[in-house]
Design a protein around this ligand. Structure first.
Ligand code: KG4
Ligand code: ZN
Length: 341
């Protein structure tokens, strides 16, 4: 089965053709980051307009690069939420129109379920075995899920304030390193000493699975205010110290979730899963406990349409087909596992 995936929930216009929910035939991602960079964050109205400009070209390129023709596509999977309503609307309307024109079914996919499913796209490695626990760390979400099937997810914990990626972005802004901040801080931290400046780890209840990053963000701000005059040669150590504080908590909680649920497999997904220290630490910590770790390649950590096609494939296998009256408003904020159809 060939599924065309379409993703426009935030600042990437993406399309992909995926075979049988796991083999990527093409994946095109057109990023708007250069435009939003000028404003220090995503401007929703600009994002919607940029999606309109890019969508036709991106979808056509994905089909062309896949080696199959438009008439061979069996189904369409499109992000229905969560995300920016105006941005979602562009991809969703386009998918609906294409499904009508090609006379093939389409299904609206939860963006977060897409991220969680991204670990099934690596045909070179063993995918996780159910049940497993997944740490989803992105710009808008930080949560741990207990995953019992391709379409069943239970939230074990989530952030009470900022998302992990949001914390990276805000600290980057404080250091005048621009938006988005994750990769910049990751690179800067490689030249710093993570132990030199000890920022607080917000464990909350240490046995629980909720997160909080706003205290850490304030600690970085206080440090910057106190050392205003001699910051230049400390930037690397600040980045390394901050990143270590985030990563220690993320790694501890996902491993503890696996131990609590007696799972042999964990997945780490979403934009922040690209972080080099997080990848290393979770892998090392899991090894000590005999737990298998599944992290997508960096190209599949950030927003992409292959993960949407993969998740949509499983929806369609369950007969969950969207119809022409569906819209994004009902689902712009919905959590994973909530079945609309
Ligand atoms: O999943 P994603 O592409 O979009 C959302 O659904 O939010 O995640 C974007 C987030 C941003 O906050 C970005 O700063 C962060 O992922 N990010 C990173 C890295 N690369 C991207 N955070 C830490 N280290 C990285 N290498
Ligand atoms: Zn995302």
């Amino acid at each position: 089965m060939y599924t065309l995936g379409i993703e426009t929930s935030c600042d990437e216009t993406a399309a992909s053709v995926v075979k049988d929910g796991s083999i990527i035939l093409s994946s095109i991602i057109s990023s708007q980051v250069d435009v939003h960079h000028l404003y220090g964050g995503v401007v929703p109205e600009i994002a919607s307009r940029k999606h309109i400009e890019a969508i036709v070209q991106v979808v056509n390129s994905a089909i062309e690069a896949s080696g199959i023709t438009k008439s061979e596509i069996d189904s369409i999977a499109v992000t229905q939420g969560p995300g920016l309503v105006g941005a979602l609307l562009v991809g969703f309307s386009y998918a609906k129109a294409l499904s009508y024109a090609l006379k093939i079914p389409y299904t609206g996919v939860n963006h977060l379920e897409g991220h969680i499913t991204s670990v099934f796209l690596r045909d070179s490695e063993e995918p996780p075995k159910f049940p497993y626990v997944a740490l989803l760390v992105s710009g808008g979400h930080t949560s741990i899920y207990y995953v019992t099937s391709h379409t069943e997810f239970t939230v074990m914990g989530q952030t009470r304030d900022d998302a992990a990626g949001e914390a990276f972005d805000k600290v980057s802004k404080m250091l005048n390193l621009g938006y988005p901040g994750g990769l910049v801080i990751d690179n800067l931290a490689k030249q710093g000493d993570p132990k030199k400046i000890k920022f607080p780890r917000s464990w909350l209840e240490k046995s629980g699975f909720d997160f909080s990053f706003s205290g850490l963000k304030s600690a970085v701000r206080r440090y910057l205010e106190l050392h205003e005059d001699d910051l230049n040669d400390q930037l690397q150590d600040i980045a390394a110290g901050f990143q270590a504080a985030v990563v220690d908590v993320l790694s501890y909680k996902i491993i503890n979730a696996a131990v609590t649920k007696k799972c042999k497999d964990i997945a780490v997904v979403g934009g922040v899963a690209a972080n080099s220290r997080l990848r290393e630490k979770v892998t090392a910590d899991a090894l000590k406990k005999g737990i298998n770790v599944h992290i997508p390649p960096i190209s599949l950590c950030g927003d992409n349409a292959a993960m949407i096609a993969a998740a949509g494939f499983h929806y369609l296998n369950e007969g969950r087909v969207s119809d022409i009256t569906d819209d994004v408003y009902s689902r712009a904020k919905s959590p994973p596992g909530q079945k609309h159809r």
